[in-house]
Design a protein around this ligand. Sequence first.
Ligand SMILES: [Fe+2]
Length: 362
Amino acid sequence: MSTTETATQPGQTALRVVNGHAAEETYKYAHLLPHFSPDKYPPLTPFEHIDPGLRALNHPDPRAFLKGAESVIELTPNLGTQVRGIRLTDLDSDGRDQLALEVARRGLMVFRDQSDFIDQGPQAYLEWGRHFGRLHIHPTSGHPKDCPQVHLVYKDANSTFNFEIQDSITTTLWHSDVSYELQPPGLTTFFLLSQPTTGGDTLFASQVSTLKKLSPSFVAFLRTLSAVHSGVDQANFSRSGKRGGIVRREPVEHIHPVVRRHPVTGEEALYVNRQFTRRILGLKREESDAILKFLYDHIDKSSDMQARVKWEPGTVVLWDNRVTAHSATVDYGDSKERRHGARITPQAERPIPAGDGLVLPN
Ligand SMILES: [Fe+2]
């Protein structure tokens, strides 16, 4: 009997071949496969968020954590930085604060060759994430068994990635993660444990830049507006029996400013997204629909404000969910290959209105 292992790189399937047949499959990250526990959670409660980036503002060199990097490349002028030669596992508390500030300023950072970070496992992911804020537990998604704070995205030959858009002509769906929460996420960490040979890139857009493209008088109007963000449709989709079929926490809706201000950089960003924003308050239905459609279309087609991350094994991506939007690209379905990602999602402050005097209801 001859036995061979075919896996050669981290995050790829290890296929044991016995006498020329695929006898069994072992998967390095089997312990991190999605689990849909029937657990129920109470509503989230408000908390005070102290942004770690604030602590780095007074640092004599807030980019000191990048010293020694092999390369630091700006992916686009206004969004995204790719780094090689820095180990995230080496960053101490001070370095993590600097990282938070740099991600806030660049919107997106892509760290290559971080297999040691990825291979640490769930408890280390939690310790990492808690530095940046209270960890969010997603109401409907799969998570590693006994670790609900780690949000998983998963697709393989037997499952689809996102049922909610399966009848759309595109898998592009720009959004800011769980924006329906009272305190949506800030600095977010995401990495792939397994990836297709090609495809599955992640798209990012700068919501600071999309706002800047608009005329000053229109921006002045947007600053006076707030909008409803809703988790109801996402929950109902799960309740229909799809995507794991569970709802751990009752869905919520919250009102956020249409233009928010980042608490550390002071930058203003557009804060509406096609997935979760439902209506602008104080406008007639047709007016709200027209403005939201215009803004969504603006984000959709603004490739001059977007960056595209092509994954390599060992890549860890961080983005500031407050000032960016992102979308999956599900172009690899025909390959039947596994794509398995994990997200660490600290919540941040309640969105701060950019418009002076805009008061949001509780
Ligand atoms: Fe997302």
